[in-house]
Design a protein around this ligand. Structure first.
Ligand SMILES: C[S@@+](CC[C@H](N)C(=O)[O-])C[C@H]1O[C@@H](n2cnc3c(N)ncnc32)[C@H](O)[C@@H]1O
Length: 215
């Protein structure tokens, strides 16, 4: 990103975006205090421009939403979209890497997590090392999820999907409630809640893999 990126200042001034990781980690186990209520906490990692996140925030005033994203413009757009409601929206956007969830959240703090089309999706060993869904992350994710809580994962990358599912099966932590290599053809396909990335692939003959986990 060039140093004159105008979104750096916009993000800095946005009251609904936290960029200081010390501050973010200080809310661990206290996110309900941050929101001033005990509603369930829902997380999305990698919000992109916030279409899915903003829709969830505006349609579910009974839940508190936390979005994690690393790019300034995307952080800002996600916050903007989440404010498009007449009711008081309940959300915060965090500038940090999804890999740090155990520093952000305490055991059992999160009730649902959405991870859709995570980077990097290439197969080269060098890039695979940087994938979000690896053993430690998946065990951290299990730890921060409340009993009965859920995780939803979608990707167009079949190899990433299969290797993630293999790790999950070998960990014996999660119950796999639903999964498919062709989400759009499945009975649980939800056209109303497709993400921006998913939209790019529609009509392109790319099958989307889908996995739903329960703790
Ligand atoms: C391929 S996009 C998918 C966006 C969106 N979830 C969708 O389905 O339309 C991946 C997003 O994750 C963000 N991202 C990449 N690595 C990340 C990380 N380690 N932690 C959090 N977000 C990350 C990127 O900036 C990008 O917005």
């Amino acid at each position: 990103m060039p140093p004159n990126n105008p979104y750096i200042e916009k993000v800095r001034l946005d009251p609904d975006i936290l960029t200081d990781t010390k501050e973010i980690y200080s809310h661990r186990w206290k996110w309900s205090e941050y929101f001033w209520n005990n509603s369930p906490l829902v997380l999305e990692i990698g919000t992109w421009m916030g279409n899915f996140f903003g829709k969830q925030v505006t349609e579910n005033p009974d839940k508190n939403f936390l979005g994690i994203e690393i790019r300034y413009k995307r952080l800002f757009q996600t916050a903007q979209k989440s404010r498009k409601t007449n009711k008081k929206p309940s959300f915060v956007i965090l500038k940090d890497f999804g890999q740090n969830i155990s520093r952000m959240f305490e055991t059992g703090e999160i009730s649902e997590t959405y991870i859709f089309f995570p980077d990097p999706r290439a197969n080269k060993d060098r890039q695979r090392k940087h994938r979000l869904l690896q053993e430690k992350f998946l065990s951290d994710l299990h730890d921060i999820t409340s009993p009965g809580g859920k995780v939803y994962f979608k990707t167009d990358h079949k190899e990433y999907f299969d290797s993630t599912k293999e790790i999950i099966e070998s960990q014996w932590l999660w119950k796999i409630s639903r999964w498919t290599h062709n989400y759009e053809a499945s009975e649980f396909f939800d056209m109303k809640n497709i993400t921006e990335f998913e939209g790019f692939y529609r009509g392109e003959n790319t099958d989307i893999c889908y996995l739903e986990l329960e703790k």
